[in-house]
Ligand binder design. Structure first.
Ligand SMILES: NC(=O)c1ccc[n+]([C@@H]2O[C@H](COP(=O)([O-])OP(=O)(O)OC[C@H]3O[C@@H](n4cnc5c(N)ncnc54)[C@H](O)[C@@H]3O)[C@@H](O)[C@H]2O)c1
Length: 354
């Protein structure tokens, strides 16, 4: 039995990670610690509510006593930290919570893991334990038209979000370099797929397109992102957790660079075909003022994870985007409950009396 303490699994990627792991392995336990911020939606995990392998804990990664208690109670083999404030626009209007959760929360997890796993007298770590930090390619800053981010590209974050993630990465590295803590850091490119909160580009555009609402595109829309289907990311994290060399950073991406405007036009084209709706067309596009400090291009070099762990993306963008659109169209109620805020009452109803 392998026990995972995984944080932030009511969010987009964490939700897929839990589903992925439970469908793949029988002999595991996942303790899921999530504060249920606006981005956390417990309804995403409704289908595994009665699965004894998944234990939901409502709480904050910054809470020292709570995390220490979970370490003592469950003695996890691995900690995987997905929990974060993750939206760049929100970090521009209010950076403090990004420092609290992304930096202080990470340091608390590291500290509690060290307290539980480290024998200071012997300077040894309990065998088989590891901490995995889920980071982002945004910590590397922006690229020009040529070249890719490798694991040795210097960190050069531009937004408060990426600065907080880079800071957290430095703390993870420091715990490895100072105390010898077994850690990995993964830095993935932009994810897309089901269960993504509709403030992010792809679900926002799908939802607005369906409702004939304007499609706001920052600046000229020529910003390039390297898009990866969320299940491919989750498979990579599983591999890094089980087989990554301690102390290593792994970049995760699939050489799938697309401009934002290409993504928007693809969604329009797919949606107009699927819904046979002539009102869905490019006249919905509105170019709006660009985001402050907007990075122009991200591009990941994934050679290391491919060579070391044999990982490569299994889902081509052309298939992944269709799967994604189909999911949002088939799950209209999910979208309605998220946009109306109703999903936030689910926890109260489900857990209030437990
Ligand atoms: N979405 C992407 O494209 C992408 C790409 C690369 C890396 N990442 C990283 O992956 C991780 C997950 O991203 P996501 O898109 O799923 O994010 P998300 O915003 O959808 O979900 C974040 C989750 O963390 C929880 N959370 C927030 N603050 C918390 C706290 N203080 N304590 C406990 N839980 C808390 C939220 O309730 C939510 O469930 C993040 O660390 C992000 O930086 C995301």
């Amino acid at each position: 039995m392998i026990t995972y303490l995984v944080t932030g699994c009511a969010g987009f990627i964490g939700t897929t990670f839990v589903h992925f792991m439970l469908s793949r392995y029988t002999d595991i336990k996942i303790v899921n610690l999530d504060a249920l911020t606006y981005a956390g939606n417990l309804e995403n995990l409704k289908d595994i509510e009665d699965d004894e392998r998944h234990i939901f804990v409502h709480g904050n990664i910054c809470d020292k006593e709570l995390v220490a208690g979970l370490m003592a109670r469950y003695d996890p083999d691995f900690i995987i930290n997905f929990a974060a404030e993750s939206h760049v626009d929100r970090s521009i209007s209010g950076p403090e919570i990004f420092v609290t959760t992304n930096v202080m929360g990470t340091v608390n997890l590291l500290q509690q893991a060290k307290n539980a796993w480290y024998d200071a007298g012997q300077k040894t770590w309990k065998p088989g334990k590891k901490y995995v930090q889920v980071s982002t390619d945004e910590v590397y800053g922006a690229l020009g038209p040529e070249g890719f981010f490798t694991e040795t590209t210097p960190l050069d974050p531009h937004s408060p979000y990426s600065a907080s993630k880079a800071s957290a990465d430095h703390f993870v590295k420091a715990f490895h370099d100072t105390y010898g803590m077994p850690v990995n850091i993964t830095r993935c490119s932009n994810n897309y797929g089901m269960y993504q909160f509709p403030e992010k580009l792809i679900p926002l555009m799908i939802n607005n397109t369906k409702n004939h609402k304007p499609l706001p595109v920052y600046g000229d829309g020529m910003q390039i992102r390297d898009w990866l289907f969320v299940e491919d990311h989750c498979r990579a994290i599983d591999l890094v957790t089980s087989a990554g060399r301690p102390g290593e950073v792994y970049n995760i991406g699939g050489h799938n660079e697309r401009t934002n405007i290409f993504i928007v036009k693809t969604i329009i084209q797919q949606m107009s075909e699927k819904l046979h709706d002539p009102e869905i067309n490019e006249s919905l596009i509105r170019h709006v003022e660009d985001r402050l400090g907007h990075d122009r291009r991200y591009g990941i070099d994934p050679s290391k994870i491919r060579a070391d762990l044999g990982w490569y993306p299994e889902t081509a963008f052309e298939d992944g985007i269709v799967k994604t659109i189909d999911w949002y169209l088939a799950n209209e109620t999910w979208m309605e409950r998220v946009t109306s805020g109703e999903y936030q009452q689910y926890y109260e109803r489900m857990y209030k009396n437990r």
